[in-house]
Design a protein around this ligand. Structure first.
Ligand code: HBI
Ligand code: FE
Length: 298
């Protein structure tokens, strides 16, 4: 596989001191003891609930990278382990970066991770991904050779979707796989999505709640389905295997698929379509009763 052509990274809004590719230094020496403790607290909460919930590839990745409760990881030693496994590296960024920048890093097997950690008073709900979400949530799966290839393919596809003007559809694929995907195994459903696996409450909700729908993954269906960014998902999509996810995405020409989808309506979040393979038909009680805001007020 050849190296991608050098792209001109957009520079609009580039924070002062950042490199032209939007990376910054992690600044590992600047973390306070309290910030390291926040990582350890979050890690320990997840360690308690993830066995039997997270997929084997994720749990194996945690071990392979020694991403346990020793405080915020230093990207230098993390990258030695990660790059020797799958050729991926983690690069520090100040936060959300423009789509094309994000995709170009992925297409080159670099995962952009925020360098800051959430405050100790906001362990559960995040407006913007922090280092715990980005590193604990995403990086273990990058030790899996199949998933590592999927993420790179997604980056290449993202650059193409931007140029074709269909990023909204492709972003749904990312959302319902990389962030909120479930995997079918002989022992039951397991989590591989980073948005779930980095959250204690959503890890339990995604697998154990009667509220959400759980539906078999279908590429076109997923790319037509709306999603919510402000609360637990109302639908999770289940893949039969990581290999299947990689095959279906690399074996599809997205150009004609975007054309086809642009003629169809979006699918509402909680809809069940006649052709869906239903794992769980959810009650939708959680969303109907007001979700996160209602719970907080109760
Ligand atoms: N930037 N740092 C960061 N992390 C992301 O997950 C991210 C981003 N920029 C754009 C982006 N995601 C979206 O384009 C994708 O989620 C589709
Ligand atoms: Fe994420």
């Amino acid at each position: 596989m050849g190296v991608l052509e050098r792209m001109d990274y957009p520079q609009e809004g580039l924070p002062k001191g950042a490199n032209p590719d939007w990376t910054i230094s992690q600044g590992f020496e600047r973390y306070s003891a309290a910030e390291h403790q926040t990582w350890t607290t979050l890690y320990e909460r997840q360690a308690e609930i993830l066995p039997g919930r997270a997929c084997a590839a994720f749990l194996h990745g945690l071990d392979a990278l020694d991403l346990h409760g020793h405080g915020i990881p230093d990207f230098r030693s993390l990258n030695e382990k990660l790059s020797s496994l799958t050729g991926w590296r983690v690069v520090a960024v100040p936060g959300l970066v423009p789509d094309a920048v994000f995709f170009d890093h992925l297409a080159n097997r670099r995962f952009p991770a925020a360098n800051f950690i959430r405050g100790a008073g906001e362990l559960d709900y995040l407006q913007e991904p922090d280092i715990f979400h980005d590193v604990f949530g995403h990086v273990p799966m990058l030790t899996d050779p199949i998933f590592a290839d999927y993420m790179q393919a997604y980056g290449k596809g993202g650059l193409r979707a931007v140029s074709l003007g269909h990023l909204a559809n492709l972003a749904r694929l990312y959302w319902y796989t990389v962030e909120f995907g479930l995997l079918e195994t002989s022992e039951g459903l397991r989590i591989y999505g980073a948005g779930i696996v980095s959250s204690k409450t959503e890890s339990i909700f995604a697998l154990n709640s009667a509220s959400p729908n759980r539906i078999g993954f279908d590429l076109e269906r997923v790319m037509r389905t709306l999603y919510r960014i402000d609360d637990f998902q109302q639908v999770y999509f289940v893949i039969p295997s990581l290999q299947d996810l990689l095959d279906v995405t690399t074996g599809t020409d997205f150009g004609p698929l975007y054309e086809k989808i642009s003629l169809q309506t979006d699918i509402p979040i909680a809809a069940i379509e006649p052709y869906d393979k239903i794992f769980t038909r959810g009650t939708q009680d959680y969303a109907r009763s007001g979700g996160r805001l209602r719970q907080g007020a109760a």
